[in-house]
Design a protein around this ligand. Structure first.
Ligand code: TYD
Length: 207
């Protein structure tokens, strides 16, 4: 497949969405074709599933049901948005991808790693070329995330211990896979944007 597939990951409030937007603008200003997308969502069908998983009570779904819903959303996102953009040779930046399921469904509430991995192999089957992990103290992330108004607070409502487990899980995953780069997300947004650019630049096709 042509194109370059990038994912941004991190705990809630890590600032990755802001950085994904900034990187998209920078790349476009340099003439690159970029599709900026997000999960859960990124296609009309997956955006409908987004509402089901992000709104409502924390105990609305079991982790097992969540795995199915997030994977269903991801499959539609892949078919309708990601694969077509990569086939056009574009840079795809997705704000979250399969690593979020590995962490938020796979390890935070018991060990469902094998279930997540098997379903991923069966239904998704691809990994990003590069994954930027935005690492931040969960207390700071949660303060930022809950300060935002809105109804998409199901995961934020799971609390600090949940986010701490997620952070540790992401760092472990990053240490295991070469495609990860860890970004210190506790700096000011300009400094974070600079580290994002320094990390990505060597991977861009030149000329
Ligand atoms: P997101 O929209 O990225 O929120 P934020 O901008 O606050 O980081 O993600 C919303 C929530 O969805 C987030 O709390 C993590 C959760 N999530 C999962 O639990 N599993 C998944 O597979 C994905 C993609 C997201």
């Amino acid at each position: 497949m042509a194109g370059l597939f990038l994912s941004f990951e991190g705990i809630d409030g890590s600032g990755k969405s802001t950085q994904a937007r900034r990187l998209t603008e920078t790349l476009r200003s340099k003439g690159h074709a970029v599709t900026l997308t997000r999960e859960p969502g990124g296609s009309p069908g997956a955006e409908e599933i987004r509402r089901l998983v992000l709104e409502g009570a924390t105990d609305r779904w079991s982790p097992e049901t969540e795995i199915l819903l997030f994977t269903a959303a991801r499959r539609d996102h892949l078919e309708k948005t990601i694969r077509p953009a990569l086939a056009r040779g574009e840079i795809v930046i997705t704000d979250r991808f399969a690593d979020s399921t590995r962490i938020f469904q796979g390890i935070t509430r018991g060990d469902l790693t094998e279930t997540v991995d098997r379903l991923h192999a069966l239904m998704i089957g691809i990994e990003p070329d590069l994954t930027l992990l935005f690492d931040l103290d969960p207390a700071k992330g949660l303060a930022r995330a809950t300060a935002r108004a809105g109804v998409e607070l199901r995961f934020e409502d799971m609390g600090l211990a949940f986010q701490e487990k997620a952070r540790a899980g992401f760092l472990t995953l990053a240490a295991r896979h070469d495609r990860f780069r860890v970004i210190d997300a506790d700096a000011n947004p300009d400094a974070v944007a600079e580290s994002v650019w320094a990390t990505l630049a060597p991977h861009l096709a030149t000329g």
